[in-house]
Write a protein that binds this ligand. Sequence first.
Ligand SMILES: NC(=O)c1ccc[n+]([C@@H]2O[C@H](COP(=O)([O-])OP(=O)(O)OC[C@H]3O[C@@H](n4cnc5c(N)ncnc54)[C@H](OP(=O)(O)O)[C@@H]3O)[C@@H](O)[C@H]2O)c1
Length: 339
Amino acid sequence: MRVQLIGFGNIGQGLAHVLLKKGNSLKKKHGLDIKIVSISDITGTVANDKGVDLKRALDVMGKTGKLIKYPGAKKMSGLEAIEKIDADVVIEATVSNVKTGEPGLSHMLAAMKQKKHVVTSNKGPLALKFKKLQSTAEKNGVEFRFEASVGGAMPILNLARNCLSGDEVLAIRGILNGTTNYILTRMLKEESPFDIVLREAQELGIAEADPSYDIDGIDTASKLVILANAIMGADAAFKDVRIQGIRNITPEAIKLAEEGGYAVKLIGEVSGSHLEVSPRLVPLNHPLNVEGALNVATFETDVAGEVTIVGKGAGSIETNSAILSDLIGIRGAERRKRQ
Ligand SMILES: NC(=O)c1ccc[n+]([C@@H]2O[C@H](COP(=O)([O-])OP(=O)(O)OC[C@H]3O[C@@H](n4cnc5c(N)ncnc54)[C@H](OP(=O)(O)O)[C@@H]3O)[C@@H](O)[C@H]2O)c1
Protein backbone atom coordinates (compact mmCIF):
# COMPACT_ATOMS: atom_id res chain seq x y z
CA MET A 1 0.00 0.00 0.00
CA ARG A 2 1.54 3.28 -1.16
CA VAL A 3 0.81 5.95 1.43
CA GLN A 4 1.33 9.71 1.47
CA LEU A 5 1.56 11.41 4.85
CA ILE A 6 0.51 15.05 5.05
CA GLY A 7 1.48 16.60 8.40
CA PHE A 8 4.52 15.39 10.29
CA GLY A 9 3.87 16.58 13.84
CA ASN A 10 2.88 14.44 16.83
CA ILE A 11 0.58 12.12 14.90
CA GLY A 12 2.68 11.88 11.71
CA GLN A 13 5.87 11.18 13.63
CA GLY A 14 3.97 8.77 15.89
CA LEU A 15 2.96 6.83 12.76
CA ALA A 16 6.60 6.67 11.66
CA HIS A 17 7.58 5.24 15.07
CA VAL A 18 4.74 2.70 14.96
CA LEU A 19 5.62 1.57 11.42
CA LEU A 20 9.30 1.20 12.31
CA LYS A 21 8.26 -0.99 15.24
CA LYS A 22 5.34 -2.93 13.74
CA GLY A 23 5.83 -2.79 9.97
CA ASN A 24 6.91 -6.43 9.71
CA SER A 25 4.21 -7.79 11.98
CA LEU A 26 1.54 -5.87 10.02
CA LYS A 27 2.87 -7.51 6.88
CA LYS A 28 2.79 -10.99 8.43
CA LYS A 29 -0.55 -10.66 10.21
CA HIS A 30 -2.56 -8.66 7.68
CA GLY A 31 -0.56 -8.88 4.45
CA LEU A 32 -0.38 -5.10 4.74
CA ASP A 33 2.86 -3.71 3.36
CA ILE A 34 2.73 0.02 4.12
CA LYS A 35 5.20 2.07 2.12
CA ILE A 36 5.32 5.80 2.94
CA VAL A 37 6.12 7.24 -0.49
CA SER A 38 5.99 10.88 0.61
CA ILE A 39 5.84 13.00 3.75
CA SER A 40 4.88 16.68 3.71
CA ASP A 41 4.86 19.31 6.40
CA ILE A 42 4.52 23.05 6.05
CA THR A 43 8.20 23.40 5.04
CA GLY A 44 8.22 20.91 2.17
CA THR A 45 8.02 17.31 0.97
CA VAL A 46 10.27 14.27 1.08
CA ALA A 47 9.44 11.67 -1.54
CA ASN A 48 10.83 8.26 -2.41
CA ASP A 49 9.11 5.77 -4.67
CA LYS A 50 10.72 2.88 -2.76
CA GLY A 51 9.65 4.30 0.61
CA VAL A 52 10.95 7.24 2.64
CA ASP A 53 13.59 6.36 5.24
CA LEU A 54 11.40 6.91 8.31
CA LYS A 55 14.22 6.70 10.81
CA ARG A 56 16.10 9.41 8.98
CA ALA A 57 12.98 11.58 8.72
CA LEU A 58 12.48 11.27 12.49
CA ASP A 59 16.16 12.11 13.10
CA VAL A 60 15.87 15.24 10.93
CA MET A 61 12.73 16.33 12.79
CA GLY A 62 14.38 15.65 16.15
CA LYS A 63 17.40 17.78 15.22
CA THR A 64 15.83 20.59 13.17
CA GLY A 65 12.02 20.40 13.48
CA LYS A 66 11.83 21.00 9.70
CA LEU A 67 11.26 18.33 7.09
CA ILE A 68 12.86 20.53 4.42
CA LYS A 69 16.22 19.82 6.10
CA TYR A 70 15.93 16.16 5.01
CA PRO A 71 18.56 15.72 2.24
CA GLY A 72 16.81 15.97 -1.13
CA ALA A 73 13.55 17.38 0.29
CA LYS A 74 11.68 19.65 -2.10
CA LYS A 75 9.80 22.89 -1.53
CA MET A 76 6.65 21.07 -2.65
CA SER A 77 3.39 21.70 -0.73
CA GLY A 78 1.20 18.91 0.61
CA LEU A 79 -1.40 19.74 -2.04
CA GLU A 80 1.15 19.47 -4.86
CA ALA A 81 2.41 16.19 -3.40
CA ILE A 82 -1.13 14.81 -3.46
CA GLU A 83 -1.60 15.92 -7.05
CA LYS A 84 1.79 14.82 -8.39
CA ILE A 85 2.90 11.71 -6.50
CA ASP A 86 1.42 8.30 -7.22
CA ALA A 87 -0.16 6.66 -4.14
CA ASP A 88 -3.11 4.58 -2.93
CA VAL A 89 -3.84 6.38 0.34
CA VAL A 90 -3.38 9.87 1.79
CA ILE A 91 -3.14 10.19 5.57
CA GLU A 92 -4.14 13.74 6.50
CA ALA A 93 -2.69 14.75 9.88
CA THR A 94 -2.32 18.53 9.69
CA VAL A 95 -3.59 21.03 12.25
CA SER A 96 -7.32 21.10 12.94
CA ASN A 97 -9.24 24.26 12.04
CA VAL A 98 -12.99 24.40 12.69
CA LYS A 99 -13.44 27.86 11.14
CA THR A 100 -12.21 27.10 7.61
CA GLY A 101 -11.35 23.40 7.69
CA GLU A 102 -8.08 24.28 5.99
CA PRO A 103 -5.55 23.09 5.02
CA GLY A 104 -7.03 19.63 5.65
CA LEU A 105 -10.23 20.12 3.67
CA SER A 106 -8.41 20.91 0.42
CA HIS A 107 -5.96 18.05 1.01
CA MET A 108 -8.76 15.53 1.53
CA LEU A 109 -10.86 16.66 -1.44
CA ALA A 110 -7.82 16.74 -3.73
CA ALA A 111 -6.82 13.24 -2.64
CA MET A 112 -10.29 11.85 -3.31
CA LYS A 113 -10.41 13.48 -6.74
CA GLN A 114 -7.08 11.75 -7.46
CA LYS A 115 -8.86 8.43 -6.60
CA LYS A 116 -6.83 8.07 -3.40
CA HIS A 117 -8.36 6.73 -0.20
CA VAL A 118 -8.26 9.17 2.73
CA VAL A 119 -7.48 8.43 6.37
CA THR A 120 -7.47 11.33 8.80
CA SER A 121 -7.10 12.36 12.43
CA ASN A 122 -8.08 15.95 11.56
CA LYS A 123 -11.58 16.74 12.86
CA GLY A 124 -11.93 20.33 11.58
CA PRO A 125 -12.84 19.58 7.95
CA LEU A 126 -15.29 16.88 9.06
CA ALA A 127 -17.05 19.14 11.54
CA LEU A 128 -17.64 21.66 8.73
CA LYS A 129 -18.07 19.65 5.53
CA PHE A 130 -18.85 16.06 6.42
CA LYS A 131 -21.45 15.49 3.71
CA LYS A 132 -19.29 17.05 1.01
CA LEU A 133 -16.33 14.86 1.97
CA GLN A 134 -18.48 11.74 2.12
CA SER A 135 -20.14 12.40 -1.23
CA THR A 136 -16.81 13.24 -2.90
CA ALA A 137 -15.39 9.95 -1.63
CA GLU A 138 -18.41 8.03 -2.93
CA LYS A 139 -18.33 9.80 -6.30
CA ASN A 140 -14.68 8.87 -6.75
CA GLY A 141 -15.06 5.30 -5.46
CA VAL A 142 -12.61 5.73 -2.58
CA GLU A 143 -12.70 4.99 1.15
CA PHE A 144 -12.93 7.84 3.66
CA ARG A 145 -11.89 6.79 7.17
CA PHE A 146 -11.52 8.98 10.25
CA GLU A 147 -11.47 6.80 13.39
CA ALA A 148 -8.64 8.92 14.89
CA SER A 149 -10.63 12.16 14.61
CA VAL A 150 -12.90 11.27 17.57
CA GLY A 151 -11.65 9.76 20.81
CA GLY A 152 -8.05 9.17 19.58
CA ALA A 153 -7.24 5.55 20.40
CA MET A 154 -10.77 4.81 21.64
CA PRO A 155 -12.40 2.84 18.77
CA ILE A 156 -15.73 4.62 18.98
CA LEU A 157 -16.66 4.66 15.27
CA ASN A 158 -15.60 1.07 14.68
CA LEU A 159 -17.58 -0.07 17.72
CA ALA A 160 -20.75 1.59 16.45
CA ARG A 161 -20.35 0.61 12.81
CA ASN A 162 -19.15 -2.96 13.26
CA CYS A 163 -20.19 -4.30 16.63
CA LEU A 164 -23.47 -2.39 16.94
CA SER A 165 -24.30 -2.49 13.25
CA GLY A 166 -27.67 -4.19 13.83
CA ASP A 167 -28.68 -1.66 16.48
CA GLU A 168 -30.12 1.76 16.08
CA VAL A 169 -28.07 4.25 18.06
CA LEU A 170 -30.58 6.53 19.78
CA ALA A 171 -28.13 8.75 21.66
CA ILE A 172 -24.44 9.13 22.41
CA ARG A 173 -23.14 10.85 25.55
CA GLY A 174 -19.55 11.15 26.54
CA ILE A 175 -16.36 12.89 27.52
CA LEU A 176 -14.61 13.51 24.22
CA ASN A 177 -11.91 15.90 25.40
CA GLY A 178 -9.11 14.68 27.67
CA THR A 179 -7.84 18.14 28.63
CA THR A 180 -11.10 19.26 30.23
CA ASN A 181 -11.47 15.91 31.97
CA TYR A 182 -7.96 16.28 33.38
CA ILE A 183 -8.71 19.81 34.62
CA LEU A 184 -12.04 18.87 36.23
CA THR A 185 -10.52 15.76 37.84
CA ARG A 186 -7.69 17.80 39.39
CA MET A 187 -10.10 20.49 40.57
CA LEU A 188 -12.07 17.77 42.36
CA LYS A 189 -9.07 16.00 43.90
CA GLU A 190 -7.17 19.11 44.98
CA GLU A 191 -10.00 21.61 45.41
CA SER A 192 -7.91 24.01 43.29
CA PRO A 193 -9.32 26.89 41.23
CA PHE A 194 -9.76 26.50 37.48
CA ASP A 195 -7.05 29.05 36.52
CA ILE A 196 -4.33 27.37 38.57
CA VAL A 197 -5.10 23.86 37.33
CA LEU A 198 -5.25 25.14 33.74
CA ARG A 199 -1.83 26.80 34.09
CA GLU A 200 -0.34 23.57 35.47
CA ALA A 201 -1.94 21.57 32.65
CA GLN A 202 -0.33 23.97 30.17
CA GLU A 203 3.07 23.55 31.85
CA LEU A 204 2.69 19.77 31.56
CA GLY A 205 1.76 20.06 27.85
CA ILE A 206 -1.72 18.62 28.50
CA ALA A 207 -3.44 21.91 27.62
CA GLU A 208 -2.50 24.10 24.64
CA ALA A 209 -1.04 27.61 25.05
CA ASP A 210 -4.40 28.77 23.62
CA PRO A 211 -6.70 26.43 25.55
CA SER A 212 -10.00 27.82 24.24
CA TYR A 213 -10.67 24.96 21.76
CA ASP A 214 -10.68 22.57 24.69
CA ILE A 215 -12.11 24.49 27.63
CA ASP A 216 -14.79 26.35 25.67
CA GLY A 217 -16.13 23.05 24.32
CA ILE A 218 -15.22 23.65 20.65
CA ASP A 219 -13.16 20.48 20.35
CA THR A 220 -15.92 18.37 21.92
CA ALA A 221 -18.53 19.99 19.66
CA SER A 222 -16.49 19.16 16.52
CA LYS A 223 -16.28 15.51 17.56
CA LEU A 224 -19.98 15.41 18.37
CA VAL A 225 -20.81 16.58 14.85
CA ILE A 226 -18.69 13.76 13.41
CA LEU A 227 -20.46 11.17 15.61
CA ALA A 228 -23.91 12.51 14.70
CA ASN A 229 -23.13 12.38 10.98
CA ALA A 230 -21.13 9.17 10.82
CA ILE A 231 -23.10 7.04 13.27
CA MET A 232 -26.60 8.50 13.38
CA GLY A 233 -26.92 9.56 9.76
CA ALA A 234 -27.48 13.23 10.65
CA ASP A 235 -26.65 16.17 8.43
CA ALA A 236 -25.18 18.28 11.22
CA ALA A 237 -22.51 20.96 11.19
CA PHE A 238 -20.57 22.71 13.93
CA LYS A 239 -23.05 25.61 14.01
CA ASP A 240 -25.84 23.22 15.09
CA VAL A 241 -24.23 22.45 18.47
CA ARG A 242 -25.27 24.27 21.67
CA ILE A 243 -21.97 24.85 23.44
CA GLN A 244 -21.06 25.78 26.98
CA GLY A 245 -17.51 25.25 28.27
CA ILE A 246 -15.98 24.87 31.73
CA ARG A 247 -14.39 28.31 32.34
CA ASN A 248 -16.89 29.28 35.01
CA ILE A 249 -16.81 26.08 37.06
CA THR A 250 -15.63 26.77 40.61
CA PRO A 251 -14.01 24.35 43.08
CA GLU A 252 -16.95 25.11 45.42
CA ALA A 253 -19.45 23.88 42.80
CA ILE A 254 -17.38 20.74 42.26
CA LYS A 255 -17.20 20.11 46.04
CA LEU A 256 -20.94 20.61 46.43
CA ALA A 257 -21.62 18.19 43.58
CA GLU A 258 -19.33 15.58 45.15
CA GLU A 259 -21.13 15.86 48.49
CA GLY A 260 -24.34 15.12 46.63
CA GLY A 261 -22.77 12.05 44.95
CA TYR A 262 -21.87 13.60 41.58
CA ALA A 263 -18.84 14.59 39.50
CA VAL A 264 -18.91 17.61 37.17
CA LYS A 265 -17.91 16.57 33.61
CA LEU A 266 -17.92 18.29 30.24
CA ILE A 267 -20.38 16.07 28.39
CA GLY A 268 -21.07 16.01 24.67
CA GLU A 269 -24.49 14.63 23.82
CA VAL A 270 -26.21 13.84 20.56
CA SER A 271 -29.78 12.68 20.96
CA GLY A 272 -32.05 12.73 17.93
CA SER A 273 -31.37 16.08 16.27
CA HIS A 274 -30.20 17.71 19.52
CA LEU A 275 -26.45 18.32 19.85
CA GLU A 276 -25.13 19.84 23.05
CA VAL A 277 -21.86 20.30 24.90
CA SER A 278 -22.16 21.40 28.52
CA PRO A 279 -20.89 20.71 32.04
CA ARG A 280 -23.18 18.09 33.61
CA LEU A 281 -23.53 16.23 36.88
CA VAL A 282 -22.55 12.57 36.48
CA PRO A 283 -23.27 10.14 39.36
CA LEU A 284 -19.96 9.10 40.96
CA ASN A 285 -20.68 5.41 40.28
CA HIS A 286 -21.74 5.97 36.63
CA PRO A 287 -19.55 4.50 33.82
CA LEU A 288 -19.12 8.03 32.38
CA ASN A 289 -17.29 9.11 35.54
CA VAL A 290 -13.75 8.36 34.32
CA GLU A 291 -10.76 10.27 35.67
CA GLY A 292 -7.70 12.07 34.31
CA ALA A 293 -7.32 12.60 30.58
CA LEU A 294 -9.40 9.54 29.60
CA ASN A 295 -12.24 9.72 27.09
CA VAL A 296 -15.47 7.77 27.44
CA ALA A 297 -18.73 7.40 25.53
CA THR A 298 -22.01 5.65 26.21
CA PHE A 299 -24.19 4.55 23.31
CA GLU A 300 -27.90 4.24 23.98
CA THR A 301 -29.22 1.68 21.51
CA ASP A 302 -32.52 -0.05 20.76
CA VAL A 303 -31.31 -3.64 21.13
CA ALA A 304 -28.16 -3.69 23.27
CA GLY A 305 -29.34 -0.98 25.65
CA GLU A 306 -26.39 1.00 26.97
CA VAL A 307 -22.82 0.22 25.86
CA THR A 308 -19.87 2.22 27.19
CA ILE A 309 -16.36 2.48 25.81
CA VAL A 310 -13.32 4.06 27.55
CA GLY A 311 -9.85 4.84 26.22
CA LYS A 312 -7.05 7.28 25.59
CA GLY A 313 -8.43 10.20 23.61
CA ALA A 314 -5.03 11.44 22.43
CA GLY A 315 -1.35 10.58 22.23
CA SER A 316 1.17 10.52 19.44
CA ILE A 317 1.53 6.72 19.52
CA GLU A 318 -1.90 5.72 20.89
CA THR A 319 -3.88 7.63 18.25
CA ASN A 320 -2.07 5.70 15.54
CA SER A 321 -3.93 2.57 16.68
CA ALA A 322 -6.97 4.18 14.99
CA ILE A 323 -4.98 5.08 11.86
CA LEU A 324 -3.68 1.50 11.56
CA SER A 325 -7.18 0.09 11.91
CA ASP A 326 -8.38 2.44 9.15
CA LEU A 327 -5.55 1.32 6.85
CA ILE A 328 -6.36 -2.33 7.56
CA GLY A 329 -10.04 -1.55 6.89
CA ILE A 330 -9.16 -0.03 3.52
CA ARG A 331 -7.12 -3.10 2.66
CA GLY A 332 -10.18 -5.26 3.45
CA ALA A 333 -12.52 -3.02 1.43
CA GLU A 334 -10.18 -3.22 -1.59
CA ARG A 335 -10.06 -7.00 -1.36
CA ARG A 336 -13.87 -7.24 -1.18
CA LYS A 337 -14.17 -4.96 -4.21
CA ARG A 338 -11.85 -7.19 -6.25
CA GLN A 339 -13.78 -10.39 -5.43
N1 LIG B 1 -1.99 14.81 19.03
C1 LIG B 1 -2.99 13.98 19.30
O1 LIG B 1 -2.94 13.22 20.26
C2 LIG B 1 -4.20 13.95 18.41
C3 LIG B 1 -5.21 13.00 18.67
C4 LIG B 1 -6.31 12.92 17.80
C5 LIG B 1 -6.39 13.78 16.72
N2 LIG B 1 -5.41 14.72 16.51
C6 LIG B 1 -5.51 15.58 15.33
O2 LIG B 1 -4.53 15.16 14.40
C7 LIG B 1 -4.02 16.28 13.68
C8 LIG B 1 -2.51 16.35 13.88
O3 LIG B 1 -2.25 16.51 15.25
P1 LIG B 1 -0.77 16.73 15.78
O4 LIG B 1 -0.85 16.66 17.25
O5 LIG B 1 0.15 15.84 15.05
O6 LIG B 1 -0.53 18.24 15.34
P2 LIG B 1 0.89 18.96 15.17
O7 LIG B 1 1.90 18.30 16.03
O8 LIG B 1 0.62 20.41 15.32
O9 LIG B 1 1.28 18.64 13.64
C9 LIG B 1 0.63 19.22 12.58
C10 LIG B 1 1.47 19.02 11.34
O10 LIG B 1 0.79 19.61 10.23
C11 LIG B 1 1.75 20.32 9.47
N3 LIG B 1 1.09 21.31 8.64
C12 LIG B 1 0.44 22.44 9.00
N4 LIG B 1 -0.03 23.08 7.92
C13 LIG B 1 0.34 22.32 6.84
C14 LIG B 1 0.18 22.44 5.45
N5 LIG B 1 -0.47 23.47 4.91
N6 LIG B 1 0.72 21.48 4.65
C15 LIG B 1 1.39 20.43 5.16
N7 LIG B 1 1.57 20.27 6.49
C16 LIG B 1 1.06 21.20 7.31
C17 LIG B 1 2.65 20.91 10.51
O11 LIG B 1 3.87 21.35 9.90
P3 LIG B 1 4.82 22.40 10.70
O12 LIG B 1 5.16 21.74 11.99
O13 LIG B 1 5.96 22.57 9.79
O14 LIG B 1 3.95 23.63 10.90
C18 LIG B 1 2.84 19.68 11.39
O15 LIG B 1 3.78 18.80 10.80
C19 LIG B 1 -4.75 17.51 14.21
O16 LIG B 1 -5.80 17.81 13.34
C20 LIG B 1 -5.26 17.05 15.58
O17 LIG B 1 -6.42 17.73 15.96
C21 LIG B 1 -4.32 14.79 17.31
